[in-house]
Design a protein around this ligand. Structure first.
Ligand code: SF4
Length: 328
């Protein structure tokens, strides 16, 4: 699990802000959804990306699979920068990078049966033989815990857990190397969540897949991830192996995030003894210094002036906070 499958370097994405028209010539003020984001995903690992709603996690996933166009930075895969490829150049690589969404049902054609949906995906990616397509679809249905019975069903005839399994099958059917899972179990009951997560973990192990698992749910992230990146206002504030980040969270935001989890086990472990100010603000290009400065009870003069780098505390733990500037 040492080689990097995907390298993300200084990734940027901004969106125009609604109702804001403050700049010259009617240009709208921009909200920075992702700002200078840098991390790697290794071959065969599950990388958990966690943070509050609106911190840029999903936008990051969508940029990796080409659903959003970055404003800057690089996404390096197989030695190529995906941000610089046109649609024709990106297409052959797209099959390696797939995505599972929170609401799979809304992305499916309600008039198409499950088998036909999956066979169409294979057809788009060049599997022209009908028998071959059918065999591959039945094989993938079995892998995700569905069966030939579901092959003939319509999406609305499936339960919530089965629909998410179909979402995983849609990603898996063309044999990807990386699946971006964007809150894939958030809408499911807890018992069904565990079943779907276990299926994902089995598939990841059996097929040596890499997963980028995006969630706001600390418990889910802890269960499935090998490493965790904590995001705040579009950037990574801490990254470590799962055990390390839970045993030894360093960034004030990570501590705040974990202390707000309604899980008695985690709360007891990580209860924060300081008050954090306010809510997550919107990030604009005006922001200077540390993005967490306005909410941080430890903020110093330096924090408002200098953006902290994501520095290595050890070979498996990095943190972006001036409190650790002099820690070797
Ligand atoms: Fe708080 Fe300063 Fe660290 Fe930011 S850099 S988290 S403001 S102490």
């Amino acid at each position: 699990m040492e080689n990097n499958l995907l390298e993300i370097r200084n990734l940027q994405k901004s969106f125009p802000m609604r109702g804001k028209n403050t700049a010259l010539f009617g240009q709208r003020e921009q909200m920075l959804a992702v700002a200078n984001l840098t991390f790697n995903i290794k071959e065969g690992e599950t990388y958990g990306l966690v943070g509050e709603s609106g911190c840029g996690k999903s936008t990051t996933g969508r940029m990796i699979v080409g659903l959003e166009e970055p404003n800057g930075g690089s996404i390096i895969y197989e030695g190529k920068d995906l941000c610089k490829l046109n649609d024709r150049e990106f297409f052959p690589l797209r099959k390696d990078l797939q995505m599972v969404f929170q609401n799979t049902l809304s992305a499916l054609n309600p008039r198409q049966r499950v088998g036909s949906i999956l066979e169409d995906i294979l057809g788009i990616h060049g599997v022209s033989n009908a028998l071959e397509r059918r065999d591959q679809v039945l094989e993938v249905l079995e892998k995700v815990g569905l069966s030939e019975y579901h092959y003939f069903r319509y999406p609305h005839e499936l339960s919530g857990g089965q629909v998410q399994r179909l979402g995983i099958a849609s990603a898996l059917v063309i044999k990807p190397r990386l699946i971006i899972c964007d809150e894939p179990v958030s809408a499911l009951d807890v018992s069904i969540q565990a079943q779907v997560l276990n299926t994902l973990m089995d598939l990841q192990r059996d097929l040596s897949l890499s997963l980028l698992f995006i969630s706001h749910d600390i418990g889910v992230i802890r269960y499935i991830s090998d490493r965790i990146g904590v995001m705040y206002l579009g950037t990574l504030v801490e990254e470590a192996t799962t055990d390390e980040v839970f045993k030894n969270p360093l960034h004030p935001y990570t501590k705040d995030l974990f202390s707000s989890v309604p899980d008695p086990y985690i709360r007891r472990e990580k209860k924060s003894d300081v008050e954090f100010n306010g809510e997550q603000p919107v990030r604009t290009s005006d922001l200077k210094g540390c993005a967490f400065c306005a909410r941080c009870p430890y903020a110093m003069k330096k924090c408002a002036e200098q953006t902290p780098d994501l520095n290595a505390i050890s070979s498996y733990h990095r943190v972006a906070c001036h409190l650790y500037d002099n820690v070797e």
